[in-house]
Design a binder for this molecule. Structure first.
Ligand SMILES: [Fe+2]
Length: 612
């Protein structure tokens, strides 16, 4: 609940802003959930920036909590308010890595704003969603008001409202039908303490009209999928593993359970409660798998079953949405929007002409959703065309996810010099890199600001040759050490995507799984999944000129304008952020070649184990 003093302070600060002669503004969004913490800046002068805290501290899912908040959680382990239980979502009930907010926010924010001539006193508005400040929101609100002395502070945005902002305000669409879907948001007083898990709405100009709201646990696609993910022995946050495994299974489990799924006209659904579902799985001969245990065909069938059930749920929700919204555009956000298989199924089963999923669609992307909401709906501003040339604008967000702070050539050179590694600068680095990939090199590729979302999209990528049937195993053996059933994804020139994939429109964020054209499967075996599909990224010259150039050069050399593109990290670690992180990852793995901007570092005798 908004405090009276905050209301007065915000009012005073709003008046102050109206008197600002230059009309500029800086909005800071922030979030911290069990999926991680992040900050996002939308500045009328300096554009959009966003960064996940986990990259900053090199610890996956790292959280920021107020000292007092952390103390309360630790003292009340036996009874943790339901509003923040989702922050403590590790399998064994332990806390994810937590940094104390008061000690950590300033260096993190300074890192996000690095190189910009601004300070905390230049922030006009701070926006966070209610779910992130659940246990001690009043304290946090007061604290933020002090930390950002000239800012309005809003920490009372509903969780799914922020998901809607993530989806719609970043989409570039003037109007759109909006589906949000996840495990759950926070308990809402207006719903008698229930938590939203799906909303159906329509956005146009400066308003969003909500058609339907569905609550957990009964209509929660994220909770259902997450439960089976857990049953299959994967951690929360590793739902992509269940999705990858699903392609290996048969539909036997799905056929056995489908009659228990009731789909409703308003997009809601009903399914078995947990106890009944566990009994049903037992009777189907599918045992719970503990982490590290072998994956059996029964587990593959269960993964297939839950994926097909999710597809049905999402198709039904999108079809319910298209009956209410007359838009030709569809936006999907919330953690379930990271399921690229069901995204594609739902889109294809609808009449929508275009689809947008924010690359950081889950809760960790809330910081950007908060900032976008603050700009458009609280400040009532729209940053279209208000930036200096060359600055990343909010209207660019539907094409690019490189929102991290950039690094200069001097900073890269310094990191390389300090590493002691021999390095050199190459003129046509895209040609050089393409040649090395065609020779079988595994390449660490570092360009510009990092991706905000969980997918590497050409800013912090590991690149390899997709033509080699053994490249997947080679890459896993040498660098990634991932489960063998998980596919690697292709990045293809946008203008040539239709030559290889059954794709309508674009897929700039690897959030659509489509069929590889049958005659092309043998050309790109390393990025074709067992069922003939691929989680494709289309790369445009406008959004990613350097990445586009290296794929095009590879295409000229080989006739295949496709590269294997996977995240620049090793198992269990976040994607690299700084040049130093990239150098460290290069040194600790068997990556053959490191490319940072135009600088290259090559290991002696690389590649150690050629595949071609
Ligand atoms: Fe969510």
């Amino acid at each position: 609940m908004l405090q009276p003093d905050r209301r007065f302070r915000n009012f005073a600060r709003r008046l102050q802003q109206r008197r600002r002669p230059d009309g500029n503004y800086n909005v800071l969004g922030m979030c911290s959930t069990g999926h991680g913490a992040s900050f996002a800046l939308i500045s009328s002068r300096y554009g959009v920036r966003a960064l996940n805290f986990e990259r900053f501290v090199a610890q996956k899912y790292a959280l920021l909590m107020a000292r007092e908040e952390l103390r309360e959680v630790e003292e009340r382990r036996g009874w943790i308010p339901s509003s923040i239980r989702f922050m403590l979502s590790n399998r064994d009930g332990t806390m994810p890595p937590v940094s104390v907010f008061e000690d950590s926010w300033e260096p993190f924010l300074a890192h996000l704003l690095r190189g910009l001539p601004m300070s905390t006193s230049d922030i006009d508005m701070v926006v966070g969603s209610e779910s992130h400040f659940a246990i001690n929101r009043r304290w946090m609100g007061r604290s933020l008001g002090t930390l950002f002395p000239n800012a309005e502070v809003h920490t009372d945005l509903e969780h799914h409202l922020v998901h809607r902002a993530q989806a719609y305000l970043a989409s570039g669409f003037d109007d759109a039908a909006i589906l949000t879907a996840d495990a759950s948001g926070e308990p809402l007083f207006r719903l008698g303490g229930r938590c939203l898990a799906m909303t159906l709405s329509h956005g146009a100009s400066n308003s969003v009209q909500v058609f339907a709201e569905h609550t957990a646990p009964t209509s929660s696609p994220g909770a259902l999928y997450g439960f089976i993910n857990d049953y299959l022995g994967f951690e929360s946050g590793e739902e992509g593993k269940t999705m990858g495994l699903s392609s290996f299974g048969r539909d036997t489990c799905y056929r056995a359970l489908r009659s228990s799924l009731s789909l409703q006209d308003d997009g809601a659904f009903r399914f078995l409660d947990r106890e009944t579902l566990i009994e049903a799985l037992g009777s189907l001969g599918i045992p719970r798998r503990e982490p590290g245990e072998p994956i059996t065909p029964a587990h593959e069938d269960l993964a297939c079953g839950i994926q097909l059930l999710l597809n049905d749920i999402m198709v039904n929700a999108v079809q319910a949405l298209e009956r209410r919204s007359d838009s030709a555009n569809l936006c999907i956000a919330g953690g379930t929007a990271l399921n690229s298989v069901s995204n594609e199924m739902a889109f294809r089963a609808s009449r929508f002409k275009q689809v947008y999923m924010m690359p950081n669609a889950g809760d960790c992307g809330h910081a950007l959703g908060c900032a976008l909401h603050g700009e458009r709906f609280l400040l009532k501003r729209r940053s279209l065309n208000s930036f200096a040339p060359g600055v990343l604008r909010a209207s660019d967000l539907h094409t690019i996810d490189a929102l991290g702070p950039p690094y200069t050539d001097e900073e890269i050179e310094l990191a390389l010099t300090q590493s002691g590694l021999p390095f050199r600068r190459v003129d046509a680095v895209h040609e050089y890199t393409a040649e090395k990939i065609a020779e079988g090199f595994i390449v660490g590729w570092f360009q510009g600001g990092s991706e905000f979302g969980p997918r590497s999209l050409g800013q912090r990528s590991i690149l390899a040759d997709p033509r080699s049937p053994s490249m997947k195993d080679h890459l896993n053996h040498r660098v990634k050490h991932r489960e063998a059933f998980r596919p690697f994804a292709p990045a293809v020139l946008e203008e040539r995507a239709a030559e290889f994939f059954a794709l309508t429109g674009h897929s700039p964020f690897m959030l659509r799984v489509v069929a590889v054209l049958p005659e092309k499967i043998s050309s790109i075996p390393a990025v074709t999944h067992v069922d003939g599909t691929a989680r494709v990224q289309t790369v445009s010259a406008g959004a990613h000129p350097k990445f586009h150039a290296v794929i095009a050069a590879f295409g000229r050399l080989t006739g295949v304008p496709v590269l294997l593109n996977t995240s620049f990290n090793v198992a269990g670690k976040p994607i690299v952020e700084t040049p130093q992180d990239a150098v460290d990852c290069f040194c600790s793995t068997n990556i053959d070649l490191l490319v940072l901007h135009d600088f290259v570092v090559e290991k002696e005798g690389a590649p150690g184990e050629r595949t071609r």
